[in-house]
Design a protein around this ligand. Structure first.
Ligand SMILES: [Zn+2]
Length: 343
């Protein structure tokens, strides 16, 4: 029996007080003396329990997943709002909340951190929060936003030395980053329908163009949402790699890049499993997220991705790798925590 590890969950159902606090923070951006204090935010353990037991935990139990790697709500990161200090305060609050979730349900949730990124600000300003989350909160990974401008793509590509201070810390701590954008403030890009998937595809292409993993052979990126358009266009990317005089994708990128299974229909999952090497696929659902309804064609929730993996025509060993083994390999700190519990 595999441990079913969902490597992509966000606290999308956090108590309303969190959103209210953030609204006040945004409303006072030009008037910092009126800004809400961190201590103004009051959320009880019972409120946290209520929001999880009626939502994520309920679905985990119904669908049969054991453990979720849980990070702050991605669309709420909104790194484009305010300056670095605004992001730093907001990230600290959100990360602490996910830590509390993991404290309340240590067998069901393991935290991953958002970073206090801010467009145009050197990324080393995020290192202290990363260290805090790993050392004090037991975070096993981070979410790295390749576009903190929120849809205007003003940051250098992920292969640029701009990002290296974060990569050095990731390598030191042996943690992966999920490359995950936040809300789009560009009306041309719908947040979850266009910006997310475009960013997934863009991140992969940025890595394909460069030689980042020569500088960081052990660096690991998890590209969510099934890798965006990448699996569907594998031939295009292989061809582009040839033109760019790069090795085959499997050698050039696939020791360092992994895709999750947040693809919300069977043919999409089948294509992902068919095209992408099994060792590079990690189980995830991202529930409760972009698509929260039941698919009338199947009778189960779009984001109940375990149904698709179960129905896929792959071996039991391959399923085990997707559910557990690959995730433990990509998240060594999670593996260590599980081993410490005898799992
Ligand atoms: Zn997500």
């Amino acid at each position: 029996m595999s441990l079913i590890i969902d490597c992509h969950g966000h606290y999308t159902t956090a108590p309303k007080a969190l959103a209210d606090w953030r609204e006040k923070q945004i409303a006072t951006l030009n008037n910092p003396s009126q800004a809400p204090k961190v201590a103004d935010l009051k959320i009880s353990d019972d409120e946290i329990r209520e929001t999880l037991e009626a939502n994520q935990l309920k679905f985990m139990n119904e669908r049969g997943s054991d453990l979720t790697i849980f990070s702050p709500r991605a669309s709420f990161m909104a790194h484009h709002i305010g300056d670095y200090q605004v992001s730093a305060t907001w990230a600290a609050i959100c990360n602490e909340l996910c830590y509390r979730v993991a404290q309340l349900y240590p067998d069901r949730f393991v935290p991953a951190a958002m970073l206090p990124q801010s467009p145009g600000v050197p990324v080393e300003t995020c290192v202290a929060e990363l260290e805090r989350c790993v050392n004090e909160y037991g975070n096993v990974g981070i979410n790295l936003n390749p576009d903190p401008s929120g849809g205007h793509w003003t940051s250098p590509p992920l292969t640029d030395k701009y990002w290296y201070p974060i990569y050095e810390k990731m390598v030191e701590y042996d943690i992966p980053a999920m490359v995950h954008v936040s809300t789009s403030c560009n009306p041309a890009f719908h947040t979850t329908g266009a910006h997310y998937l475009a960013a997934d595809t863009t991140a992969f292409m940025q890595c394909l163009t460069g030689d980042l993993f020569k500088d960081f052979p052990s660096l690991r990126f998890l590209i969510p949402h099934g890798g965006g358009a990448v699996p569907y266009h594998w031939g295009r990317f292989r061809g582009l790699a040839m033109i760019l005089k790069k090795p085959e994708i499997e050698e050039h990128l696939m020791n360092n890049i992994f895709f999750d299974t947040c693809v919300y229909h069977q043919p999409g999952i089948d294509l992902l499993l068919d095209v992408v090497p099994n060792k590079n696929i990690l189980f995830a659902s991202e529930m409760i997220g972009a698509v929260r309804d039941i698919d009338p064609r199947t009778g189960f929730y779009f984001d109940d991705t375990k149904q698709y993996i179960e129905a896929a025509k792959i071996s039991a060993q391959d399923k085990h790798n997707i559910y557990e083994a690959n995730t433990r390999r990509v998240f060594p700190r999670l593996d260590a925590q599980l081993k410490a519990k005898g799992l």
